[in-house]
Design a protein around this ligand. Structure first.
Ligand code: ADP
Ligand code: ADP
Ligand code: MG
Length: 655
């Protein structure tokens, strides 16, 4: 184990100036190295995983990022208060903020990253491309001028030709970028790109760039120690994107010629040397499919989200190397020592609805099932609250294999095993992507997702039916109990001669659709039967959870969040009628919505006696015999559990 306490710039305690999975990831390396770590948190994160995993934690402000994770003064204050001697910014937030790097220096803190000047130069896409040009690194043709008038930009657009991209010079994360296909669209696209850039980055300077028609996004990981060693750690292919944001990343890039690969490394190193790069950084390129010419896009002067794929193929802990370099130590290897082994792929797990135009999903995670034999970098666990304040990326799944085919197979398996219950995620979509022949072939271009899912993604009908069946089974197991349960005799379930099983009709409601499912139980267990003749039985790999009036089930990467209850139609009512007892029983947990008969009143079999509301459905409970109302055990508004006795009916013959 390396000790950084005696290094030229001693590092004993690191303030982790970030949240979520990357904060947890940084702390993991700190623990391994025996460096103490301090977390920071906003009020929304007081109970977050990164806070619980830290050696110590300090509050930095309210939930809004401007007041907390982007608040330079609060962050520096926390670092000072904690006694940290270094700050790791992670990615996003303040990681590429030159003023923050400078503020750290001024406060006597080691900033774990490159110099503030390099961050500032590369933080402007315009400056970065000029530096690349000067270093002899080919870039995408375009306009980088200081003249930002609409007239000049329009003229330059005409010169470059369409289609082209308008890009915010300060941009990142795919924001402040607009595709323009003809002159008519230009003025409006420019205006909206500028507006987005102004609000997101406080800077509306733009550059124009020719659109590369079928691009692959390939980037090179660099790390330098400022003592003469600058290494590349091979490439990552990040071509599978949505809205210019990466979804899958892998290393090495498949189907890449040796010529292109050599150019990638040479060009990345050439730029890195030209700017005297230290710490970890990524040089991004686009490459037209089939060409051997990587064209420089931008440089990210920080650790990248997708750094784990490089770690998996090289066996290097990039955060350890960042700390080492920041402490003033030399890198422990030369280029010839760096070897890549096998193939690694990462998939980004986000809380969103891929079946609903990728709307963000929020709520509380009530269950988390992580895959075996795969790396799962996450910032959440069971009980975590997903709010709208922060990024929707909550975890990354990283697999390794001796070759790409093995890695793809491992990824499919790992995604199928992963389940996040309580908040919707994109895992089901990721799983479908991995199964596509084009993904298996490899070498995709950035239009891959649109081409594969032209009308958007939605879960397959068979998978949905299976999940609905599982939800019904889980509900029945929770609400009905074993074969001996009085439930089977008294309420929903009736024994049928033919199949010798007790059956009841349930209604599964999810996302505005209702599915009738007949649930049966016999010695082999529960079986969900659908109108189309298909049966579903419990699956040992399924994960499930009950949340108040919801059932959440997951299988093969897909989740379903449903309300389940006895059907209220004729079939459902007859199920209740089948209760042979003279006590009206609540067939499910719920709230008494109405009592329809007074004590002493005479009732006939089939009369409605009460209404119970649950799972957003109103169930009408009917008399199963002729008689007179005896004791009423509940009042309107009462919450009752399943099986509770509600109303007694005195049979006619007993009067
Ligand atoms: P780029 O897209 O610029 O190439 P990355 O792929 O490394 O860079 O993604 C960086 C993005 O990650 C940020 O722009 C931001 O949207 C997102 N992000 C920032 N901080 C966090 C965080 N703590 N957890 C999850 N995502 C984050
Ligand atoms: P950001 O800072 O948001 O990451 P980038 O310049 O890295 O911005 O571009 C993000 C993504 O947009 C790239 O990965 C690529 O898919 C696409 N892109 C960027 N520039 C071009 C271009 N000139 N032609 C085609 N696609 C591009
Ligand atoms: Mg980028």
């Amino acid at each position: 184990m390396t000790t950084f306490a005696t290094a030229p710039r001693p590092i004993r305690r690191i303030l982790v100036a970030n949240r979520g999975e990357i904060a947890c990831r940084i702390m993991r390396t700190c623990r391994r190295l025996g460096v103490s770590n301090v977390a920071v948190y906003s009020d929304a994160d007081a109970n977050a995983l990164h806070v619980r995993q830290a050696d110590a934690a300090l509050r930095i402000g309210p939930p809004a990022v401007g007041a907390s994770y982007l608040n330079v003064a609060a962050m520096i204050g926390a670092a000072r208060e904690s006694g940290a001697d270094a700050v790791h910014p992670g990615y996003g937030f303040l990681s590429e903020n030159a003023a923050f790097a400078r503020a750290c220096e001024e406060a006597g803190l080691v900033f774990i990253g490159p110099s503030a000047d390099v961050i500032a130069a590369m933080g402007s896409k315009i400056e970065a491309k000029k530096l690349a040009d000067a270093a002899g690194v080919p870039t995408v043709a375009g306009y980088l001028g200081a003249d930002q008038t609409v007239e000049r930009l329009a003229n330059e657009a005409k010169r470059i030709g369409f289609p082209l991209l308008i890009k915010a010079s300060a941009g990142g994360g795919g924001r402040g970028m607009r595709r323009v296909d003809c002159m008519e669209q230009f003025a409006e696209a420019l205006q909206s790109a500028r507006a987005e850039a102004r609000s997101a980055f406080g800077d509306d300077k733009v550059l124009l760039e020719k659109l590369v028609p079928h691009p692959r996004h390939i980037e090179v990981q660099l790390i330098g120690d400022g003592k003469g060693t600058l290494l590349h750690l091979f490439e990552r292919d990040c071509s599978i994107q949505r809205k210019n944001q990466k979804v899958f990343e892998e290393s090495p890039a498949p189907h890449l010629s040796d010529v292109a690969r050599t150019k990638l490394y040479d060009r990345a190193i050439r730029l890195g040397r030209a700017i005297g790069y230290t710490s970890a950084g990524t040089v991004e390129f686009v490459m037209e499919a089939g060409s051997d010419e990587p064209l420089f896009l931008e440089m990210n002067t920080r650790l990248q989200v997708e750094h784990p794929v490089t770690e998996e193929v090289t066996g290097i802990d990039l955060i350890e190397w960042q700390i080492r370099v920041a402490a003033g130590l030399a890198l422990p290897a030369s280029q010839a020592d760096i070897r890549a082994r096998g193939h690694a792929i990462e998939a980004r797990i986000a809380t969103e609805r891929p079946d609903r135009a990728f709307q963000p999903a929020t709520g509380r995670i009530v269950g988390l099932k992580t895959p075996r034999g795969a790396r799962f970098d996450t910032g959440v666990d069971e009980g975590s609250e997903i709010s709208l304040h922060y990024d929707s990326m909550v975890a990354k799944l990283i697999v390794h294999g001796e070759d790409r085919a093995t890695a793809v197979a491992n990824l499919g398996k790992a995604l199928a095993e992963t389940a996040v219950l309580g908040v919707a995620t994109n895992i089901g979509m990721l799983r479908d992507v991995v199964a596509r022949p084009a993904f298996v072939r490899g070498g995709m271009t950035t239009d891959f997702l649109e081409a594969e899912f032209p009308g958007g993604w939605s879960p397959g009908a068979t998978s949905l039916r299976e999940l609905r069946g599982l939800a019904a089974i889980h509900w029945a197991r929770c609400n009905v109990g074993g074969d001996a349960s009085p439930w089977l005799r008294r309420s929903g379930f009736r024994v049928t001669g033919e199949r010798r099983s007790a059956q009841a009709e349930l209604l599964v409601r999810d996302d505005g659709s209702e599915t009738a499912v007949v649930i049966g139980v016999d010695a082999r267990g529960y079986r969900a039967m659908f109108a189309d003749g298909n049966d579903v039985v419990w699956h040992e790999r399924a994960a499930s959870s009950v949340q108040e009036d919801r059932i959440v089930v997951a299988l093969n990467g897909l989740t379903l969040d449903a309300h389940v209850g006895f059907a209220t139609d004729e079939a459902g009512s007859s199920a209740v009628e089948a209760a042979s007892d003279n006590i009206l029983i609540a067939p499910l947990p719920g709230i008494i919505a109405a009592l329809l008969a007074d004590a002493g009143a005479s009732v006939a079999k089939g009369d409605s006696l009460a209404q119970i509301e649950a799972m957003k459905l109103v169930h009408t409970l009917k008399a199963s015999i002729d008689g007179r109302i005896g004791r009423i055990h509940v009042a309107v508004g009462d919450t009752v559990s399943a099986g509770a006795a509600l109303i007694e009916i005195v049979p006619l013959e007993q009067e």
